[in-house]
Design a protein around this ligand. Sequence first.
Ligand code: HEC
Length: 115
Amino acid sequence: MKKLLLGGALLAPLVMTTPALAETSVEEAQRLYREHCRHCHDDGSPHGEYTPMTLIQAQWERYFDRKFEREHRKVTDDKFGGVPVTEAISPEILEKIRQFAIDHAADTDQPMTCG
Ligand code: HEC
């Protein structure tokens, strides 16, 4: 019995933090941007404030293709145990964030922030 109660107590927080099943792919990408980018690029950040609608599509494409890796591989991310930003983000997640930024850039018909 004791064991059962303990199991329930451990599981409860997991269930509560699981995103709603109905999360759309845009919502997922926005959440990933919030998780992986916002803490360093929020309003008033010394590294610059960046949300999808900060730049136009061509600027995001160029940034991810030519500069993102170079500029972030030496920046450590305390939120993810102090590993470089480029290691804290898997290639699959980075691709989702990249697509989200491009799809919702300033010159699209659906400009967005990261929420
Ligand atoms: C741990 C902190 C950190 C995280 C996480 C992080 N960045 Fe950065 N970012 C930086 C730093 C530091 C720079 C370099 C800023 C500078 O040169 O002053 C930078 C630079 C940038 C720049 C270009 C700034 C410029 O003027 O050239 C963009 C755009 C950017 N980051 C976007 C992102 C995106 C998108 C993510 C998430 C996928 C992200 N960053 C995650 C710290 C971070």
